[in-house]
Design a binder for this molecule. Structure first.
Ligand SMILES: [Zn+2]
Length: 709
C-alpha cells in the first residue's frame, strides 16, 4: 500500500487594516518593522517561499518554494495586504499552487472563510457570505475553483458544512477530537476517541439536506509536536516523526503555518529537508495534497462530527464567547467574562445591520438577496465597484442613491469583519485584537447611521459596558469604546499630512491609500483637501490652511512619523557622509593605543563607514578595530545602518556578474566591523544566477554551495 504525506499550514493574521484607509497603520510592538504583517512576512511567509536546503557541508544548495510542496490556506485579508506590501512573496505563493496543480492535478491551496469568523456562532446569512466571498477571492487569486476550505479554528457544526457543500466545497480539515463516531462494518456508528480514530483516510460526513462532504482529521500527536514541542529543530527528526509507524494511507498534519519560521526560527529549513527526502523517494513515502489524495481515494468510511467543536478550545466554541479557561496572552489568572458582552453587542449591531440592509436594499438593487454574496467579486478585485453597481442597481438612481448602495454593502462587510475570531482568542478586551474588531463595528455603526438606519449606538454601548478589562479597573467596554476606539475615526484635517509631506510627485500633492485618494489643491483663499473614498464613491472637500493638526491619540501621527523617520534616516546618513568626508584627513593619526579619537563624533560614524564601503574613502585598520567595538556597544546606530547596507547589497547582488567583486568586498568589510547583515535577499539573487559556480568567493562568503562551473 502506498504511503502518502501531506503537511498543511494555516496562514493567517488578524485583520489589522484601518477601516477607512483600508491599509495597516503602525503597530509599535512589531518594531523595527512597520506592523506585524510585515514582521511575520520577514520571519515566516517569505522564508517558506525560499527555504534553505543545506548540503552535507552545511552550505545552501537549493531554495525550496515550500508552497509548491505543502498544503496551505491563506486568509483573504492577509493576501490582500501581501499583494500590495510583499508582492514577491505573494507571487511565490500563487506559483506554489500552480506548480502543485501541474504536478498532482490538484493545487495545494485551500480557501479560508473570509473573515476568520467562528462559523457555528454566525447566522446562516453570515455563513453563506463568509463562504461566498472566500470562493470569489480564491478564484481571482489562484485562477481556479477551490476544492477545500479551512474553517477558522476548525470550528464546525452541520450547518457550516452545509454552507461549504452548497458552495461546491468538497472537503475540510478537522482536529481528531472533533470526530464523534465512525460507521463500522456492521453498518452501525461506533464512538471514537481522538486517539482511536484512524487519521490516515478521509471520511464522508452526510448532511441533513442530502449532500455530503469529505473530512480529513489531522494526525494529533505529530501536529502537536510541530506546534508545541520543537520538532522543527531538526529536519531528520521531523522526517522520522512524520513517516514513523506509517504503514499505508495518508499521514496528514495541520498547524498554524507560522510555526515554520515565526514560532520556530528556521522551521522552514526542516520542512525543506522533508520535501527533499520525499522527492528522493526515501522510505517509499510521497508528498501529496488533500485534493489529490481524495481524487485517488474517495472517502468511503462515514463519520459523525462533534458539533460546536474546534481545534483550540477543549470546551467546544466557548472560547469565543465565555470565560472557558482557554486563553493566550500570558496572564493565566485574568478573567475573560468580557467575551460574552463583546459577542452580544456585535450580534446586536449585526441584527440591526441586517434589518436595515434588507429594507434599504430593496429600494436600490434589482435583487437584494443576490447582490450581497456577489459583492465578493468587488472585494476580490475581479469586478470594479462601478461596473458592479451598473449591473445590480435599479435603473435611474441618482448619485446619492448609488453612494448609499455602496455604503450598505460596506456596512455589511465591516459588521462581518468585526466577528474575526482573534478578538476573543486572547486574554483581555483592551488588547489590540478586540479593539480592532470594535473599530470595524465603529465603521459599521457610522454607515448604518449615514444611510438612514436606526441609532443603535446607545444600546450597543450599554451591552459593551458589561465587559471589564483586566488591565485597568476603570476600563470597561464603554470607556474603551469612547477613549480608544471612536477616536480612531479620522478627521479630514488629519489627512492633510499625507499629500503635503508625502506627495506622489513634486507638482502633485496627492497620496492614495486603498481606501481613499487624497488631493491637496492650492487656491487663492488657501488650500483645499479633496478626499475620494474608494468604497463608497463619495467625494468630500475641506479647507485646510495652516499646519497639520492631530488629535491626541491619532494613529495618523504614528503613520506620518514612521514615514518621516525612514526618510530622514537617509537624509541623516547623507549628512553624516558629508561630515565624515571633511573630517577624514584629521582622523589619519589615530592608533588603537589611544582610547578614543577626540575628533570622532558619533554623528559621523555611519558616514565614515558608508564612505569606506561604497565611496572609496580610506578607513585605517586601527579605526576599523575601534569602530567594531563601538558598534557592539551602540546597536541603536548599528541596526538602521545594517538595514541600509543590506538594501545596497541586494542591489549589487541583482547586478551580477558586473558587481560580483564589489559585493565580495562589501561582505568582507562589514565582517571586519562586526556588522551582522541579513544577506537573505542577496543569497536569493545569487542562487537565481544560472552559473553561480563562477563566483566561487562570493558563494563561499554567502554560505552557498559552489556547483561545478
Ligand atoms: Zn475553552
Amino acid at each position: 500500500m502506498s504511503k502518502a504525506l501531506c503537511v498543511h499550514g494555516h496562514f493567517y493574521q488578524p485583520p489589522r487594516f484601518d477601516p477607512w484607509l483600508e491599509d495597516v497603520l503602525p503597530e509599535g510592538s512589531a518594531a523595527p518593522e512597520h506592523d506585524w504583517n510585515a514582521r511575520i512576512t520577514r520571519e515566516c511567509y517569505a522564508p517558506l517561499g525560499w527555504a534553505r536546503r543545506l548540503d552535507g557541508s552545511g552550505m545552501i544548495c537549493e531554495l525550496v518554494n515550500c508552497y509548491a510542496w505543502m498544503s496551505f490556506n491563506f486568509g483573504p485579508t492577509l493576501l490582500r495586504w501581501m499583494e500590495i506590501h510583499a508582492p514577491g512573496t505573494y507571487e511565490r505563493i500563487i506559483e506554489g499552487d500552480r506548480q502543485s496543480l501541474a504536478r498532482l492535478g490538484h493545487g495545494n491551496a485551500l480557501a479560508q472563510v473570509y473573515h476568520h469568523a467562528i462559523m457555528p456562532l454566525a447566522t446562516e446569512l453570515d455563513k453563506d457570505l463568509e463562504v461566498a466571498w472566500a470562493v470569489q477571492d480564491f478564484r481571482t487569486r489562484f485562477g481556479r475553483d477551490p476544492e477545500g476550505m479551512w474553517l477558522a479554528e476548525t470550528a464546525v457544526d452541520l450547518s457550516t458544512l452545509e454552507a461549504l457543500a452548497r458552495a461546491g466545497i468538497r472537503f475540510t480539515i478537522l482536529a481528531p477530537r472533533q470526530a464523534r463516531a465512525v460507521r463500522g462494518a456492521d453498518g452501525d456508528f461506533h464512538p471514537v476517541s481522538e486517539d482511536g480514530i484512524d487519521t490516515t483516510r478521509p471520511y464522508l460526513v452526510r448532511l441533513p439536506q442530502g449532500k455530503s462532504i469529505s473530512v480529513f482529521f489531522y494526525d494529533g500527536p505529530v501536529s502537536r509536536a510541530v506546534a508545541f514541542e520543537r520538532l522543527l529543530g531538526s529536519g531528520e527528526n521531523f522526517w522520522n516523526r512524520l513517516t514513523g509507524s506509517l504503514h499505508g494511507g495518508l499521514r496528514n498534519i495541520a498547524t498554524d503555518g507560522e510555526s515554520y519560521g515565526h514560532h520556530f526560527q528556521f522551521g522552514e529549513m526542516a520542512l525543506a529537508y522533508v520535501v527533499h527526502q520525499a522527492r528522493e523517494g526515501r522510505d517509499g513515502v510521497g508528498l501529496t495534497n488533500y485534493a489529490a489524495y481524495l481524487a485517488a481515494h474517495p472517502a468511503t468510511d462515514e463519520a459523525l462530527i462533534h458539533e460546536n467543536s474546534s481545534w483550540s478550545c477543549v470546551h467546544g466554541v466557548e472560547r469565543w464567547k465565555t470565560h472557558c479557561g482557554c486563553s493566550d496572552g500570558g496572564h493565566p489568572d485574568w478573567i475573560q467574562d468580557w467575551r460574552r458582552p463583546l459577542r452580544r453587542c456585535l450580534n446586536y449591531l449585526k441584527y440591526y445591520v441586517d434589518e436595515h440592509y434588507s429594507k434599504r436594499a430593496k429600494e436600490l438593487f434589482r435583487d437584494d438577496k443576490a447582490v450581497l454574496p456577489e459583492y465578493g467579486l468587488v472585494l476580490a478585485g475581479s469586478e470594479s465597484l462601478v461596473d458592479f453597481l451598473d449591473r445590480h442597481c435599479l435603473p435611474g438612481l441618482d448619485s446619492a442613491q448609488r453612494i448609499d448602495a455602496c455604503r450598505l454593502l460596506l456596512m455589511q462587510r465591516m459588521a462581518l469583519a468585526s466577528f474575526s475570531s482573534c478578538a476573543w482568542f486572547f486574554d483581555d478586551i483592551a488588547r489590540i485584537e478586540p479593539l480592532n474588531g470594535l473599530t470595524f463595528a465603529r465603521r459599521a455603526l457610522d454607515l448604518l447611521a449615514s444611510t438612514g438606519g436606526p441609532d443603535v449606538e446607545a444600546g450597543f454601548v450599554r451591552v459593551l459596558s458589561e465587559a471589564q478589562s483586566n488591565m485597568r479597573e476603570d476600563w470597561d467596554g464603554a470607556v474603551l469604546w469612547k477613549e480608544l476606539v471612536t477616536p480612531r475615526r479620522p478627521s479630514l484635517q488629519e489627512f492633510v499630512v499625507y499629500p503635503r509631506r508625502f506627495p506622489a510627485a513634486k507638482d502633485r500633492q496627492e497620496m492614495a491609500w486603498p481606501g481613499v485618494r487624497l488631493v491637496l489643491e492650492p487656491g487663492a483663499k488657501g488650500e483645499t483637501l479633496r478626499c475620494f473614498w474608494t468604497w463608497t464613491l463619495k467625494e468630500e472637500a475641506v479647507s485646510v490652511s495652516g499646519p497639520e493638526e492631530f488629535p491626541p491619540l491619532s494613529r495618523h501621527k504614528a503613520e506620518a512619523g514612521f514615514r518621516l523617520a525612514r526618510e530622514h534616516e537617509r537624509a541623516l546618513l547623507e549628512q553624516s557622509c558629508l561630515l565624515a568626508r571633511q573630517m577624514a584627513p584629521l582622523l589619519s593619526g589615530f592608533t588603537e593605543g589611544q582610547s578614543e579619537p577626540p575628533q570622532l563624533l558619533a554623528m559621523q560614524i555611519p558616514g565614515l563607514v558608508w564612505n569606506w564601503l561604497f565611496e572609496g574613502q580610506e578607513l585605517s585598520r586601527d579605526l576599523q578595530g575601534y569602530l567594531a567595538a563601538w558598534f557592539a556597544a551602540n546597536p541603536g546606530v548599528r541596526k538602521p545602518l545594517e538595514r541600509l547596507i543590506e538594501e545596497r547589497g541586494t542591489q549589487l547582488a541583482l547586478s551580477l556578474p558586473s558587481q560580483a567583486h564589489a559585493l565580495v568586498e562589501l561582505i568582507t568589510r562589514t565582517r571586519h566591523l562586526g556588522l551582522s547583515i541579513y544577506w537573505w535577499e542577496a543569497q536569493n539573487a545569487v542562487m537565481a544566477v544560472p552559473n553561480r559556480g563562477v563566483h566561487v568567493e562570493l558563494c563561499t562568503l554567502l554560505g552557498l554551495s559552489v556547483p561545478e562551473a
